[in-house]
Design a protein around this ligand. Sequence first.
Ligand code: AMP
Length: 458
Amino acid sequence: MTKFTDLNLNPKVLKAIAEAGYESPTPIQAGAIPPALEGRDVLGIAQTGTGKTASFTLPMITLLARGRARARMPRSLVLCPTRELAAQVAENFDTYTKHMKLTKALLIGGVSFKEQEAIIDKGVDVLIATPGRLLDHFERGKLILSDVKVMVVDEADRMLDMGFIPDIERIFGLTPFTRQTLFFSATMAPEIERITNTFLSAPERVEVARQATASETIEQGVVLFKASRRDREGSEKRKVLRALIDGEGDKCTNAIIFCNRKTDVDICAKSLKKYGYDAAAIHGDLDQSQRTKTLDGFRDGSLRLLVASDVAARGLDVPSVSHVINFDVPGHPEDYVHRIGRTGRAGREGKAITICGPRDEKALVAVEQLIQKEIPRLENPVKSKPVEAKEKPKDEAKEPREKKSAAKSRKSDKSDKPTENKQKPRGRDRHDRDNKVVGMGDHLPSFIALSFAERRAG
Ligand code: AMP
């Protein structure tokens, strides 16, 4: 087995990784670090959780240990699809460079331009950025990319999903032709293949564990769910979610709950909170400080349930997540593998439970085809047991109301709203309130408004 000490890494890097507790390189590290240190381009096909971040960070900082950064001219560039992933790469970078004097800047949305520009002005060794923000800085004329020696593209398949490929192509064009490129993607879609053929030069291809491979330490299950009525789908599904969490009991130390839609992320988090669960939402529309606060809470264990969208949770690195719950089956089957890969990391055990409604069944078939196995069916915890008093929410009578905007986008799901407003007055009351009879327009003969008895008496 390869050892870190066989890899020709800088001794200060070796010291930092020993302190981080890493004993031996993961397969992507063993495969990517040697060619990267030789200055070759690398095409790494690996998903998160495989140690891919270190597979490009470690050689990069070893190469950068020589030489100095010049003002406004970063020596290396790491492009990430999301702010969270960029922030995480920056954290990794800090861990591995703790015994070295390398500087970095993080260019992500939600952080002021001024602050970031001041750092770039001084000169940085590593620039970690999301593509849009990097181009914004470039267009302000504050950034020169002609000194970039190493460029990393991380999670290229996600960049493709998010429509960043034109930005990436543009950035490639702004960096010197002679740069070294380390390119990572979990999948090789034709568009990704095209980019790598265009911008990488004779890359060393390192592929670890097919994208469809879910860790063997993850126990999977799916609950087939059908609402009793269409307009109750949302509230009944949230009830299943709560029952699943309750069913796991103390085994569920923390969980990420994935929803396909942002509106559901908000609704689920609010609903869980209302029912007394320790939950918070994270999705792309929240401001940066809120996202950072929520993620920090989840990382340090003070927040138990993180309700997330795929994009927001991308690359989220929390080493011990006991459970992943899919509130719905993801539309892209690869997302299923990414989602459940948040648990069962580094050989730990994890459990992934998916709720599948009738409309999700096709997506479930696609997931099972991709992972090439059937996900065991679990009993619906709500149907299988009559609701006992202790399983009832503290305030079942008042299912949480959804925020107006969220409710608007799910008009058919009205069951969270209190019912009394919906009841129409019946019989005489109806005349009293409306003073109108259907079909008569405004020309209502006065006797019609009278009751039968009143009419006879009159
Ligand atoms: P990544 O695939 O980059 O998201 O990394 C997944 C997790 O594995 C992170 O928590 C890393 O800190 C950790 N990790 C990376 N390399 C190693 C290693 N060689 N040994 C143990 N843990 C590692």
